[in-house]
Design a protein around this ligand. Structure first.
Ligand code: ADP
Length: 666
């Protein structure tokens, strides 16, 4: 990711910086999701081909080798191949989706399914479906196979308090890399810390006149949010005890367009947790305030239409403008805003690059917690569905074009209609073309990415070829995951489709022969679809963020000692086993001291917890682990201490494992 001050040569995804939203999708990317025109029968494909198909492949190869019946073999192969591709196109429209729990995303989902020509089961189905589309959570239905569009525990993981804690851990470990999240405190536990820190800063800088925003945990749509100038104004009535909140530094100088504050809703697809796969939608929505912005003063603190960008609030303002155009009104597309900013001279490539970085870092911060929930609901080895999820990232741009994360939504609204007030208190809904354009594309392209039949094809194909258009050269890519630049030959300039193979594939001679046997391209509904709006950012840029996965390794240690399946908390025995197996106790740190550490930290975290299940949660374990690292090592950076302790634990556990194998063998 392009960082300020970096030499161009050091820049990571420079291409990223070249194509912010609004630019056309890369042809190579479009190709990846496009229809497979042909399959080159290679050795792996032969091995992977089931029963009769394998026989046909063998027969064809035998005939080819002998050379005597070459033409008739080709004919057979063409027929077999066309049968295969015909079957494939029939199967393609056979992807089944249970939409019975889709709730408010149903309209957008229906349009997407129609475009893909997939089968919808609006009332559910007795037989298993390929995909289950839930409106709220993983648990909307009991699912044992296929794919579900929600991860277990996502709602809990992105709650304001949990997100703030995860961000704090990351900020402690990687201070320079997590400054995109405003400084936050958790109420009521951190009230005294909040008061103290603000007082110290004010003492050192009397010109500092901060504003804070208080947001109730688990709230949404601006519910219960208020601004304060002084920590003493925090409403510490009985309600705060019953409703914990996050208090956050208020970003006083947002970027304004038409004098209005706005935020960006970006859609992010978490396609898989293990391995981590993240996609970002190139298009998003910008939600505008409806009163011209002024920096917060005691007088205007209560003006929600000036300070809060929530659609659900601003819709009630007389100034709300509903527009069918993407670049006017109170809700506009992200690309239209980028165009506007670009015309004002903003470096939108850098901005897009910073946003990608923000998204990847946030997901890495959330990943440990998600994995704990995942193993509890779908333990390894147990048959269960796989999960993916569309998340809504709310991002605010500051005056200097720096993106700041406000929050992550587990269930971003996928409604494609607009509500308007016909008379006071009476609302009517009308279609909203801006919402439809953005949200249908996100759902449709998510489905294209998780298409179970595409996955099957991918597993069995050695090499795919795609003809772009008669006027363009053929583009090819292979299942070795190499890009065009790694291909052994260049894209030929002539307009006729030809074969390009990576060095691991068959010789070009074989390939050319095979290509002669290719059937005509099956007409797939995908061919008529626009290029995908979702762009892979992880693992694509993994190397730049791999050091942040340290928290994931600590979480792996935690999960390893959870023991009983279905739990998310570590018992005292589990913690003792962790200390013993990693040989962390010594003359300075006895087992009794480990027990005390467990009791102290667990008690404090359980007092803060909303659900009262006993045991040590992941974030409490993280605190204990950090405290052990601080005791053990004297490096100046916390990150180095934690990293060294993690390495030590991993190596000792690996040694123990080897030892047990030897004992087992003996
Ligand atoms: P909710 O889930 O209730 O929508 P958010 O965290 O998204 O809560 O906050 C609501 C709105 O408040 C945001 O859309 C944004 O306009 C404003 N806001 C939130 N946090 C900040 C902040 N730290 N600085 C400035 N504005 C903020």
């Amino acid at each position: 990711i392009e960082r300020a001050g970096m030499e161009p040569a050091e820049m990571g995804p420079v291409r990223e910086a070249e194509e912010p939203p609004g630019s056309p999708a890369l042809p190579a990317e479009a190709a990846q999701d496009g229809p497979a025109v042909a399959v080159l029968p290679g050795k792996e494909a032969l091995l992977a081909a089931p029963g009769r198909e394998r026989e046909q492949e063998r027969g064809r190869r035998g005939a080819d080798a002998q050379g005597s019946a070459r033409r008739s073999a080709r004919g057979r192969a063409r027929r077999a191949s066309s049968r295969r591709s015909g079957g494939e196109s029939a199967r393609r429209s056979g992807v089944t989706v249970d939409s019975s729990k889709a709730k408010t995303s149903l309209d957008a989902l229906k349009i997407s399914l129609r475009q893909l020509r997939w089968k919808e089961f609006p009332l559910g189905r007795r037989l298993p479906c390929d995909i289950y589309w839930h409106g709220v959570s993983f648990h909307d239905n009991n699912i044992f196979s296929g794919q579900v569009n929600k991860f277990p525990g996502m709602t809990e993981t992105v709650r304001k308090i949990t997100l703030s804690r995860a961000m704090k851990t990351m900020k402690d470990l990687f201070p320079e890399e997590f400054d995109f999240y405003p400084r936050s405190w958790i109420l009521p536990e951190e009230l005294s810390l909040f008061v103290e820190e603000v007082r110290t800063k004010k003492d050192s800088d009397p010109s500092w006149k901060p504003t804070f925003i208080v947001k109730p945990d688990g709230g949404c749509q601006g519910d219960g949010i208020y601004l304060i100038k002084d920590p003493g104004d925090t409403r510490l009535t009985g309600s705060i005890q019953s409703r914990p909140a996050v208090v956050q530094e208020y970003l006083r100088q947002p970027l304004l367009v038409d004098e209005l504050k706005f935020d960006i809703r970006l859609y992010v697809l978490l396609k898989s947790l293990e391995p981590l796969e993240i996609y970002i939608a190139k298009e998003g929505l910008c939600r505008f305030c409806t009163e011209p912005y002024q920096e917060p003063t005691v007088k205007n603190l209560h003006q929600v239409f000036m300070h809060l960008t929530n659609y659900s609030l601003n819709i009630h303002s007389g100034n709300f403008i509903h527009s069918d155009s993407v670049n006017t009104g109170s809700k506009r597309t992200f690309s239209s805003i980028l165009c506007r900013l670009s015309s004002l001279g903003a470096d939108v490539r850098k901005l897009w690059s910073d946003i990608i970085s923000l998204v990847i870092k946030t997901i890495i911060a959330l990943m440990p917690e998600l994995k704990v929930y995942y193993q509890s609901d779908i333990p390894a080895g147990k048959p269960g569905p796989t999960c993916f999820q569309i998340l809504g990232f709310d991002i605010l741009l500051t005056k200097d074009f720096t993106p700041k994360l406000l929050e992550v939504n587990a269930n971003p609204s996928m409604r494609i209609e607009h509500e308007y007030e016909v008379s006071p208190g009476v609302f009517q809904t009308v279609p909203s073309p801006v919402d439809e354009e953005v949200k249908v594309a996100v759902i449709r392209d998510t489905l294209r990415l998780v298409d179970p039949q595409k996955k099957k094809r991918k597993d069995t194909q050695l090499c795919k070829l795609q003809c772009v258009s008669p006027t363009q050269a053929a583009v090819a890519w292979c299942s070795h995951g190499r890009g065009l630049d790694e291909m052994s030959s260049k894209v030929p300039p002539e307009p006729t489709p030809s074969v390009i193979l990576c060095c691991r594939c068959q010789s070009s001679e074989q390939a050319r022969e095979a290509s002669e046997e290719l059937p005509a391209a099956p007409k797939s509904p995908e061919a008529a679809l626009p290029s995908p709006c979702l762009k892979q950012v992880f693992p694509k840029y993994a190397t730049q963020f791999s050091h942040l996965l340290l928290v994931d390794r600590v979480a792996a240690l935690f999960i390893r000692f959870l023991g009983v399946r279905g739990t998310t908390k570590l018992g005292p025995t589990g913690f003792r086993t962790f200390i013993r197996n990693c040989r962390l106790s010594n003359s300075n740190f006895s087992m009794a001291a480990a027990d005390i550490l467990y009791i102290d930290i667990t008690r404090r975290w359980n007092n803060m917890a909303i659900e009262k299940e006993s045991g040590m949660c992941l974030q409490a374990f993280m605190e204990a682990f950090i405290s052990l690292a601080q005791k053990k090592y004297k490096f100046p950076k916390l990150q180095d201490k934690v990293s060294r302790l993690t390495e030590l634990c991993e190596s000792r556990l690996a040694a123990l494992h080897r030892q047990r194998l030897v004992w087992g063998c003996g």
